[in-house]
Write a protein that binds this ligand. Structure first.
Ligand code: 5GP
Length: 197
């Protein structure tokens, strides 16, 4: 998606050779109009999905919630379910549970989804802001499998190809669609993968 690439170059701040900060529009401040464009990007990528064929959009709190919500509007307003990272005292019901290595916190983190919000037979699309090593996405894939859902695919706003998350998911037979694919970060410069996104 050309406009996203341009935005990443204009606003992105690299941290070392493995992290991009895009706080100005995605991770701290949200550019609402641009999110509409991102959501349309996902609807084009998943244009083969029949209208009404997405029962749930799944993400992880907190950065995935906004983009998942905008994307839901493009797919007929299915509910957005976000996995919770901490165990809130309000989560008294039975839940699906797995652990993932958090990229931003560099530690194992539990993610949970109440069983009543992820049920057998539901057709699920996973949407997140970044796809790096694929930990968050594959954690959600595991929860979908445990719940007996049908996984339609994973959509990432920004994929960092060099961290292998998309390859990992593809090996598990998961469809991945990324709106922008970063091949590498070198000397503070972001290089996008040619021919992808
Ligand atoms: P993964 O689980 O694929 O290794 O990492 C994905 C998660 O880590 C995303 O949900 C995102 O919140 C965070 N993340 C990974 N890489 C970056 C990055 O370069 N910048 C930011 N802001 N978040 C990232």
């Amino acid at each position: 998606m050309q406009s996203l690439r341009e935005r990443i170059v204009a606003d992105g701040v690299t941290v070392g050779t493995d992290t991009v900060k895009v706080d100005s529009f995605l991770n701290h401040q949200i550019d609402v109009r641009f999110f509409e464009e991102l959501a349309r990007g996902f609807s084009m990528r998943f244009a083969d999905l029949e209208p009404g064929s997405v029962d749930k959009i799944l993400t992880v709190e907190s950065s995935g919630i906004a983009v998942a919500t905008f994307t839901a509007r493009e797919f007929g307003y299915p509910p957005v379910v976000f996995a919770k990272k901490d165990l809130p005292s309000t989560m008294t019901e039975d839940y699906w549970f797995t652990e993932i290595m958090s990229f931003t916190k560099s530690k194992m983190t539990a993610i949970r989804i109440a069983k009543k919000y992820l049920q057998a037979g539901e057709r699920v699309l996973i949407i997140d802001d970044f796809l790096a090593h694929g930990q968050a996405a594959s954690g959600l894939v595991r929860l979908c499998a445990e719940a007996g859902c049908e996984l339609l695919g994973v959509g990432a706003v920004i994929e960092k190809q060099f961290q292998g998350g998309a390859t990992l998911l593809a090996r598990e037979g998961v469809r991945v669609e990324s709106l922008a694919v970063i091949e590498r970060i070198e000397d503070g410069r972001i290089h996008f993968a040619e021919g992808r996104a």
